[in-house]
Write a protein that binds this ligand. Structure first.
Ligand code: NAD
Length: 374
């Protein structure tokens, strides 16, 4: 692979995470050229210049469109709020850049389809930021399921909970705008969906209930503003394989900080995983004497690839930002024309279709089939 020139749009929570990945991917993996961090864009030139100095970019701009015409930039990370994704991703793909876009694709299904179409037309890599599928523990769970370690899987539950919106006095910001998202569905449920997709395939039908714990939130400038989406969602799903699943998502769950709890039940055992303890999972195998049976804990170790690229010592642990470094490595595979373990815009669109079916189900108070059409 030749050296990649990188552009970055947005430098908040995820922007920093992408920048750390671009800064570290060559050092961790050793088998890819060190990316050149060319230009980052922020909402104004001063902020952009400050961030460029912090994050190691050679130049900066207050106008993201400057990245499009720059021939030194091969790939653009898009880490802005959801509503900006379609315009930025489509413009980048049309300018001949590869795209690494944060989840979800777009607030509307029409825009997500347009993004997928732009990716198809460009022939460039177009990859979503579904970092949780990159955890070596999740990859190992997938292997165990494929090998039949817990028999035939018959039921899955996945819960995603955090408490960053649990405080009723927390200020209103873009995550509570309907123009940005449905809330718990495309902010949160998409992550569990990415795990379900990688472990068990696509979703066929859904039924959803949603809750808005707080009707309004205070504005920084004073006064209150009505909350336009829902922070809590409960969903029953049928997957294409016939498997039944339950998905719960809550952005207002006091005490939960980064929980993505998977429970997978099979005919010969169970697997439990929680992202809050992302370097381990529990395996129960119903073999041997009943009195000896119980869950055993498996700790992350170098034989759980690519853990060993980070650290040679077992049980010492990876962190959230490391998942983005792995995702960056997989993106580079795709850019280089090899299959990468990523969710691209094609499969990303299947997740968006599931999310919009969930919203439809809530509006109509009924089961909804997920449209599987191209
Ligand atoms: P954030 O508010 O922390 O950061 C957004 C950044 O974009 C800010 O720095 C803002 O100034 C900048 N920005 C906004 N408009 C811009 C424009 N026109 N040009 C240039 N910069 C602009 O938000 P965040 O929490 O980082 O979320 C960003 C995206 O990442 C969202 O789509 C969110 O869903 C996603 N996200 C993904 C994960 C994950 O685990 N993959 C986690 C959190 C957020």
């Amino acid at each position: 692979m030749r050296e990649l020139g990188v552009g970055l749009i947005g430098t908040g929570y995820m922007g920093k995470c992408h920048a750390l990945a671009w800064n570290n991917v060559a050092s961790v993996f050793g088998d890819v050229p060190r990316p050149r961090l060319v230009t980052l864009a922020e909402v104004n030139a001063d902020l952009a210049a400050r961030r460029a100095a912090e994050l190691g970019f050679a130049s900066s701009t207050g106008e993201w469109r400057d990245l499009l015409a720059n021939p030194d930039i091969d790939v653009i990370s898009i880490t802005t709020p959801n509503a900006f994704h379609p315009e930025m991703a489509i413009a980048a793909l049309q300018a001949g850049k590869h795209v690494w876009c944060e989840k979800p694709m777009a607030p509307t299904l029409a825009d997500a389809i347009a993004m997928r179409d732009a990716a198809r037309a460009s022939g460039k890599a177009a990859v979503m930021g579904y970092n949780y599928i990159q955890n070596p523990m999740i990859r190992h769970i997938r292997r165990l399921i494929d090998e039949g370690a817990i028999g035939s899987v018959n039921h899955v539950r996945v819960e995603m909970d955090e408490d960053f919106m649990a405080d009723p006095s927390a200020f209103f910001y873009w995550k509570s705008e309907a123009a940005s998202s449905y809330g718990a569905l495309d902010d949160f449920a998409v992550h569990p969906l990415s795990l379900l997709f990688c472990l068990f395939g696509h979703v066929e039908s859904v039924v959803t209930d949603m809750v808005k714990p707080y009707a309004e939130r205070p504005l920084k400038e004073g006064g209150m503003r009505a909350v336009e989406n829902h922070d809590v969602a409960s969903i029953l799903l049928r997957l294409g394989s016939g498997l039944s699943a339950v998905l719960m998502a809550n952005r207002s769950a006091w005490g939960r900080k980064g929980r993505i709890a998977l429970q997978i039940f099979g005919s010969a055992g169970s697997i439990l995983f929680d992202q809050e303890r992302m370097n381990e999972f529990q395996l129960y195998q119903a073999t041997g004497r009943p009195e000896d049976q119980g869950f055993r804990t498996i700790l992350a170790a170098p034989h759980h690839a690519p853990y060993g690229r980070f650290i040679p010592a077992p049980g010492h642990g990876l962190g959230f930002n490391d998942l983005k470094i792995i995702e960056c490595r997989e993106l580079m595979e795709v850019i280089d024309g090899r299959p990468g373990h990523v969710i691209g815009f094609e499969d990303g669109l299947r997740i968006e279709r599931a999310v919009h079916a969930m919203a439809q189900s809530f509006r109509d108070r009924r089961w909804v089939e997920v449209d599987g059409n191209g």
